[in-house]
Design a protein around this ligand. Structure first.
Ligand SMILES: NC(=O)c1ccc[n+]([C@@H]2O[C@H](COP(=O)([O-])OP(=O)(O)OC[C@H]3O[C@@H](n4cnc5c(N)ncnc54)[C@H](O)[C@@H]3O)[C@@H](O)[C@H]2O)c1
Ligand SMILES: [Zn+2]
Length: 387
């Protein structure tokens, strides 16, 4: 795999372009404010064609579809918008089939780009349609949630859910371009903003202490979508994810570090099915837990978990493990699909900004965490720990 070479072009604080280096499949990530209408011209350079397909959900299409499509038409495309119902249930074979049908009906050919306008759900579904239609057509991500900007739109994993589990059928399929307009985030519910920021915290926690410290100083700017704070944060998060992905595109080793906090998060999500944890909230709980386990295993210095918990709480995220019987947690960990044999590659921190995997059984993962870090972490956003 081509080593990641990260090049960030700065054109003022309001626009940045990064590149994900994957040899022939390298692609740019563009981050800006109020740039939706300009996407069409950029798309026409990386996916020239007479037609374009936009896949979205009602809440996003209603607000942003027209602007994106105006730009596409201005760049010479005939546009077909396909709207799927909101919610993860739309990552289904039924909706995928619907997309294929509409693309055939529209006369989409090998060059017709499929443009995902929405959160991670739309990106995963539209991406899988792009990967499979005519054995692959150009795919463009226009993410509109923080989670999709910082995480789901980068890395080339696309998938649908089947009744047996989430993301069980999919592909590795890289987009031609990722176009982020952070102005679209203003309509995103506050809870979804915080949830997306959990993945941003994750990137700092596993990779870059200075970045993590910057997040600690700027929780307000992040939540208020201040471009001067959010654009550098998203671009650093994308750089980190891009670097990890460039070095391990198909998740054999390094990429596993991106699962930090996710082992327990999946269990929390499974067990709390009907109380509806948002994914990022479960990740926040999982990161605190994983950091505590890292300390208890003697891998991370004391204070690591408090720092994780303080930052997450400062962003309005929950960090307390929901009260389910230990047996239920064990059961949920056992069915985690990332488990190989009887052990799980548990992602532990070795400090803030560094991580490694440790093979652990579900019992070992759930061993009582060190009591010291279970105490209250203090007021919102405080940094009480100096290493
Ligand atoms: N491919 C990957 O690497 C990867 C990584 C992480 C998550 N995912 C997937 O991403 C999905 C979760 O992504 P998500 O959190 O973005 O969820 P989502 O796409 O369901 O969006 C969350 C909610 O926000 C709404 N929304 C989106 N943008 C909006 C905007 N700008 N204004 C107002 N409302 C808006 C949506 O309608 C939806 O109700 C899951 O399916 C998950 O499996 C994929
Ligand atoms: Zn996640």
């Amino acid at each position: 795999m081509t080593p990641a070479r990260r090049k960030t072009t700065r054109t003022g604080t309001r626009t940045r372009t990064l590149r994900v280096e994957l040899g022939e499949r390298s692609y740019p990530i563009h981050i800006g404010v109020d740039t939706l209408e300009r996407a069409g011209r950029a798309i026409s350079r990386c996916a020239p064609s007479s037609r374009a397909v936009v896949v979205t959900v009602p809440a996003v299409g209603r607000r942003y579809g027209a602007r994106l499509e105006r730009g596409l038409r201005g760049a010479g495309y005939r546009v077909r918008r396909i709207t799927v119902p909101d919610g993860d249930a739309s990552k289904s074979i039924r909706q995928l089939h619907g997309l294929w049908d509409q693309m055939i009906d529209f006369g989409a050919d090998r060059n017709t780009p499929v443009i995902a306008l929405g959160g991670g759900m739309v990106g995963d579904l539209a991406g899988f349609a792009a990967a499979t239609y005519l054995r692959g057509v150009p795919f463009i991500q226009v993410p509109t949630t923080i989670l999709a900007m910082a995480d789901a739109s980068i890395g080339g994993k696309v998938a649908i859910n089947v009744p047996q589990g989430k993301n069980l059928v999919g592909a590795f399929y890289q987009p031609r371009m990722v176009w982020m307009d952070i102005a679209t985030l203003h309509s995103l519910p506050k809870r979804q903003r915080a949830a997306g920021l959990a993945e941003v915290v994750k990137h700092g926690a596993i990779w870059d202490e200075a970045y993590f410290a910057g997040l600690e100083r700027n929780t307000r700017g992040l939540l208020e979508l201040d471009p001067g704070v959010l654009i550098p944060a998203l671009s650093r998060s994308c750089e980190i994810k891009a670097q990890v992905v460039s070095e391990d595109e198909t998740e054999r080793g390094l990429r596993k570090l991106l699962n930090f906090g996710h082992t327990l998060a999946h269990a929390v999500e499974t067990l709390g099915k009907y109380r509806g944890w948002v994914h990022g909230e479960a990740v926040s709980i999982g990161m605190r837990f994983a950091a505590e386990r890292s300390e208890a295993l003697g891998l991370a210095p004391a204070g690591t978990a408090v720092r994780i918990a303080s930052l997450c709480e400062g962003l309005g995220l929950p960090t307390e493990m929901p009260n389910h019987p230990r047996k239920a947690y064990l059961q949920a960990l056992r069915v985690d699909k990332k488990m190989s044999d009887s052990r799980i590659d548990f992602v532990a921190l070795t400090g803030i900004g560094a991580a490694r995997t440790v093979p652990l059984s579900p019992q070992e993962i759930l061993r009582a965490p060190a009591k010291a870090t279970r105490k209250k972490t203090g007021s919102k956003g405080t940094q009480r720990v100096v290493r």
